[in-house]
Design a protein around this ligand. Structure first.
Ligand code: R5P
Length: 295
């Protein structure tokens, strides 16, 4: 059978090139532009007939990316692709997984339904599984959730002297605890209260235990940065050193990076699931290893 074709949606060229190289796949060409009325025009410049086609599209700021992605997948199928897979290093719409207020959309299963309709499989990294325990709860296709924890731990071991790993809230415990264990570092989590999108407070009760350590905050997502910034201010107020802040996914809404720095953060580090100046941990090898196992 011919080699797989890896095709980048806009903004994913670097990741697609790494994945193609690491898996021995070919790069497929997709020309995508917008008409003056802002509708999408796309055209494949590679022959897809009989090929295993893998789209690479990280899904931060997803609304603008979604339609082109669906057009690409549906067209690939129509043009004869044998299989259509999706590598979405960051998977969106995983946090709105229940109706918090009357009348709200529960977007996670709606989004998952659309992706499941158009793709044969999905690979992502540390999706926000909290109330939902597995991707298969909402995705109806083979869907792999890979874990960045071992790569983050290796980075901490290399870069941080005497670390204490701190999760800003209970939801982060699943990521932070694994990272701490792999890095042989002590671990604690804080109590978080979120009153609004950008209104968050946290509390650490046993700061004295960690004097002399470098605090390393680990969370899955840095979005508004309020969770991390609040944690940083709190820890600094307790006399701890400037924390290293690690997010698996650096979404960084407007002002988030600046706010985090102003709060007194030390190094701010993310994986390259979303391209950003803070990327320091490469997850392409992890994804490539798992791409080989998908149909
Ligand atoms: C929450 O449940 C997540 O684990 C993160 O703590 C949260 O998404 C971070 O969001 P923000 O940066 O907007 O505080």
């Amino acid at each position: 059978m011919s080699k797989s074709l890896v095709i980048a949606l806009p903004g994913n060229v670097l990741m697609a090139a790494k994945l193609a190289e690491e898996t021995g796949a070919e790069i497929g060409r997709l020309d995508l532009r917008h008409f003056p009325d802002e509708e999408t025009h796309l055209r494949f410049e590679s022959d897809l007939r009989g090929r295993r086609v893998i789209f690479v599209c990280t899904l931060d700021r997803p609304d603008a990316k979604f339609l082109p992605l669906i057009f690409a997948a549906a067209t690939a199928r129509e043009l004869g692709a044998a299989r259509v897979g999706l590598v979405a290093p960051y998977l969106c719409y995983m946090r709105q997984d229940k109706r918090f207020a009357d009348g709200e959309a529960v977007s996670a299963p709606i989004f998952a339904g659309e992706i499941s309709r158009h793709f044969d499989w999905l690979i992502t990294v540390d999706p926000h599984l909290h109330r939902l325990h597995t991707l298969s709860a909402i995705y109806k296709i083979p869907a792999q959730a890979l874990h960045a924890a071992p790569l983050i731990s290796a980075w901490i071991k290399r870069e941080v002297p005497l670390p204490v790993v701190i999760g800003p809230d209970r939801e982060s415990a699943q990521w932070a605890a694994q990272v701490a264990e792999d890095a042989n570092a002590p671990f604690t989590i804080l109590e978080k209260i979120r009153r609004g999108d950008r209104d968050v407070s946290v509390r650490l009760t046993d700061a004295a235990r960690f004097e002399g350590h470098t605090p390393v905050l680990v969370d899955d997502i840095i979005s508004t940065g309020r969770t991390m910034a609040e944690t940083v201010s709190h820890l600094r107020g307790q006399g701890l050193d400037a924390p290293v802040c690690i997010g698996v996914h650096g979404v960084f809404a407007a002002g988030a990076l600046e706010g985090l720095k102003a709060a007194g953060a030390g190094r701010i580090v993310t994986t390259n699931t979303i391209s950003h100046v803070t990327n320091a941990i490469d997850i392409s090898g992890l994804i490539a290893d798992n791409m080989r196992t998908m149909p």
